[in-house]
Design a protein around this ligand. Sequence first.
Ligand SMILES: [Zn+2]
Ligand SMILES: [Zn+2]
Length: 277
Amino acid sequence: MKKSRISYICKGLGIAVLIGCLSFAAHAHDDYDPANYNDVFEPPETVHRSAHVNPPLFENSSEKLDFLLTATPAYLWLAYEFSKTFEGLEPTYFLGGLVGGYLMADLASGIGHIITDSLDPEIFPESLADVFRGAQDHHKEPLDVYDTSLWANNKKYHVGAYLALGAATLLHLYGYDVPAEILCGVTALNMWTGLTHLIGHGGYKDYRVVRGLQALGLLITQKEHHGHHGGNFDRNFCVISGLMNPLLNTAYDATRATRGYAARIFRGFRECLGFGA
Ligand SMILES: [Zn+2]
Ligand SMILES: [Zn+2]
């Protein structure tokens, strides 16, 4: 009993130290000048909402109900999985899992972004095709992220979270507590990728906590995300903290030839099987 209380205190202190260390280790984004990014972030004529007006969490009461029904079981499940690792792991491993989850979440957001930017939407069933279309149309109208409520923007990630939560439960079942915790961190943060992406477009910048986390390097900035929109859409795919962008950019460049070859194989199969034509 006494030992477990000490373990709880250690974990609590560890989390505080961890946040502090991450803050110092992360590069500060204090040289951001909005004037440099206006060309990409100015609203096109067709955008319904005026630029930089924060979208509401819900557009109407049916969205609220939808949120309760869709998200509540996922959060309860997530809390249960987190509590299992909190109870079962030594402080060092628990904290390692949190850091790993935080970093891997950013990487996962980048890998997901590469996939949605690259594949032809028409080869998917209609409901999934919309996700790919949305990602690719966003390149043409960057401020379309202001068009929908936060929930409408993040619902698809909540639905996808159930697959990841199933995998986390399996990992726990086979005793892989640290990987399960990392996966839970990845899941929890990626459920709100639509929000962090919006923040990368200047959303919620009137909130002190957003500006603070950005200054600490822990949350995506407009400057970081502009690296994606301001170039050829082949950089800075990560949209949670952006900390993993240097790694993913390098991997993306290194696999350019392989990706080209994989695309040819994919096209070949598509021709042979006649799907998506
Ligand atoms: Zn993109
Ligand atoms: Zn964007």
